[in-house]
Each structure stands twice: as structure tokens, then as C-alpha cells.
Design a protein around this ligand. Structure first.
Ligand code: PLP
Length: 311
């Protein structure tokens, strides 16, 4: 998918900072900021710079992301899930600590201060929490002092504790879904989505408006008056979602490859603003209407247009 030149994505970095400060205060432990996937479409470089003084470190999926976003320039460490290189120097050069879950990789990367990834239920990317022998081998091979799980339930957090407490000094488990579970905070939290809520405003403008008795578009939808804006499937747009037209709740009944229809009131006219995210419209509401997760709604909307930043 490519951004539309006709969509504006305004990211409020002070809102991202405020989210981080609030999370750290509520949880009472350091925050490891998840900035993978270009900070869910909002731009990892400016987001990481804005958060650097507030966080323990960053988390991304691959070493190449840490390099591309120059996270080392923040002065913080970065945890990466995939240890794509077996050369510790590749990690040390970028202040990256690789996640490991087999003894051979842990041995090879020992000098890069690897972190143990424990599989507490997702059944990928980790040593199974119940395999005490394998956990012991990886901990010993890597000189491990920190372990984490990509936990989604309190039971997963309990499994991480059972597997590692007393053997590994520092544990973390909670992403956004577990922030309300205070017992999941452990020694740090690792939110992504919760850092970005309310921080982006995504807008387009009506290029055309007409009264209609229908049927309109490919699908023959009916609306007394509709407009068109220039974001479509190829930019990540989906049909059926809510939006605001001139501040009033409306709906996108149909989407094409590079444009979308929107219902609008009698006063709608070309040039009017359509808000696709922000001004109280959340990625959770849009995601529910699109039948996707809030994460998918955010990464689609964040990547939909030209980004600008306000501090
Ligand atoms: C993506 C990810 C997170 C953040 O998830 P959110 O639901 O966005 O908070 C945390 N930990 C790991 C290991 C992840 O891959």
C-alpha cells in the first residue's frame, strides 16, 4: 500500500509523550516503547526521538528496523525479536539486544546481552514456558539476566513468572491488552498501541459532492447526498467505517481503488474536511466497523497519507 497525496496524517508527538508518561505513572515501572512497523504507521524516527527521555528502551521486530530508524541515536537500548545475524557486533553497533530461544543462538550472541523470549501461549518465537530444561540451557548459554513473554492473558504472565522467577533478574510481559491487569506490570511494560491512542489525526477533503437518488457506485448504495475523497484500497482505506464531515458523524459506504464515497449532509461541498481518525474518532471504533483490530486500523490510517508532526 502507498500513501495518498490527498490525505493528511498529523501526528501529535506531545500526545504520544503524554500517553507514555501516564502509562509509566499508572504502572509504576519503566516503559519499553514498541515502535515496530514504523511506530504503527506514525513514523518511528520522530516517535522514538520524542520518547527517548521517558523510556527504558525500544522494541522492534527486526534488527533492520532498529538500524533504519537509527534508534541508537536516542541513546537507549532496543530489543529485537528476530536475531537475523549471528554476529554480536551487528547488535552492539546499534545498541540492540536480540531475543533468543535456542542455546546455539544464545551462545553465539552472548556478548550482545541477549534476552530470553519465553513462549507462554502464542506458540511462536520463544522457549515453551513448560520446558524447564530448555529454559535452563538458553539462560546458561546466553548469560541471560532478562526475559520476556508476548503475553495476552494473566495466565501467560503467571507462566512467565513460574518459568523464570529466581533464575532471571528482570521480567516483562504486558503489552497494551494487559495494562489494566496491574499484576502483569512485573519489572517493565511493553506497550505499542497504548502509546499512539489519540495521537493521530487523519483527514481528506471532498473533491466532489452531489445529490442523488441512488443507486450509486459499484454497490448501488443509496444516500441523499454524497461526496468523494481521494483515498482508496490502494492506500489502506476500507468501506463501512465511521468518519466526521464538517464535524458531524458520517459514514463511508463504498471504497474504490483510489477514492471513496462518503455520506454528507445538505451543506457538504467540495473542499470540506473529512476526518477519518481523530477528533474523538478512535482506531478502536474504526477497526470495529471495518472488522479488523485497532492495530490494523491504526497502521492503515497512519500510512494512508503525508505525515506531519506537531510537538
Ligand atoms: C507488538 C508487540 C508489543 C506491543 O503490542 P500492543 O498490543 O501494540 O501494545 C509488545 N510486545 C511484543 C513482543 C510485541 O511484538
Amino acid at each position: 500500500m502507498t500513501p495518498s497525496a490527498h490525505v493528511s496524517v498529523r501526528v501529535d508527538l506531545s500526545a504520544v509523550r503524554a500517553n507514555c508518561i501516564r502509562i509509566a505513572a499508572e504502572q509504576g515501572v519503566p516503559v519499553i516503547a514498541v515502535v515496530k512497523a514504523d511506530a504503527y504507521g506514525l513514523g518511528a524516527i520522530p516517535v522514538a526521538r520524542a520518547l527517548a527521555d521517558l523510556v527504558d528502551g525500544f522494541y522492534v521486530f527486526e534488527l533492520a528496523e532498529a538500524v533504519a530508524y537509527d534508534l541508537a541515536a536516542t541513546g537507549r537500548r532496543t530489543i529485537v525479536m528476530r536475531a537475523d545475524s549471528r554476529n554480536p557486533a551487528d547488535y552492539l553497533a546499534h545498541r540492540v539486544q536480540p531475543a533468543v530461544w535456542d542455546a546455539a543462538t544464545a551462545t553465539a550472541l552472548r556478548s550482545a546481552h541477549p534476552i530470553l523470549s519465553v513462549d507462554t501461549g502464542q506458540q511462536r518465537f520463544g522457549v515453551p514456558a513448560g520446558d524447564a530444561a530448555a529454559l535452563g540451557r538458553v539462560i546458561k548459554a546466553g548469560g541471560i539476566t532478562e526475559a520476556f513473554a508476548h503475553a495476552t492473558t494473566p495466565a501467560h504472565v503467571a507462566a512467565l513468572i513460574a518459568a523464570c522467577r529466581g533464575r532471571v533478574a528482570k521480567l516483562h510481559a504486558a503489552a497494551t491488552a494487559l495494562l489494566p491487569e496491574h499484576a502483569a506490570a512485573l519489572d517493565a511494560v511493553r506497550p505499542g498501541l497504548a502509546l499512539y491512542r489519540g495521537a493521530a489525526r487523519v483527514t481528506a477533503r471532498l473533491v466532489e459532492v452531489r445529490d442523488s437518488a441512488g443507486p450509486a457506485g459499484y454497490t448501488g448504495f443509496r444516500s441523499a447526498r454524497h461526496g468523494v475523497f481521494l483515498a482508496g484500497y490502494s492506500h489502506g482505506m476500507r468501506p463501512g467505517g465511521p468518519c466526521l464531515v464538517n464535524g458531524r458523524p458520517s459514514r463511508v459506504p463504498e471504497v474504490g481503488m483510489q477514492s471513496a464515497f462518503v455520506e454528507c449532509g445538505p451543506s457538504g461541498k467540495p473542499g470540506d474536511e473529512v476526518v477519518l481518525l481523530g477528533d474523538g474518532l478512535s482506531e478502536a471504533e474504526v477497526g470495529a466497523a471495518w472488522q479488523v483490530t485497532p492495530h490494523e486500523a491504526l497502521v492503515r490510517l497512519g500510512g494512508m497519507g503525508r505525515r506531519t508532526y506537531i510537538e
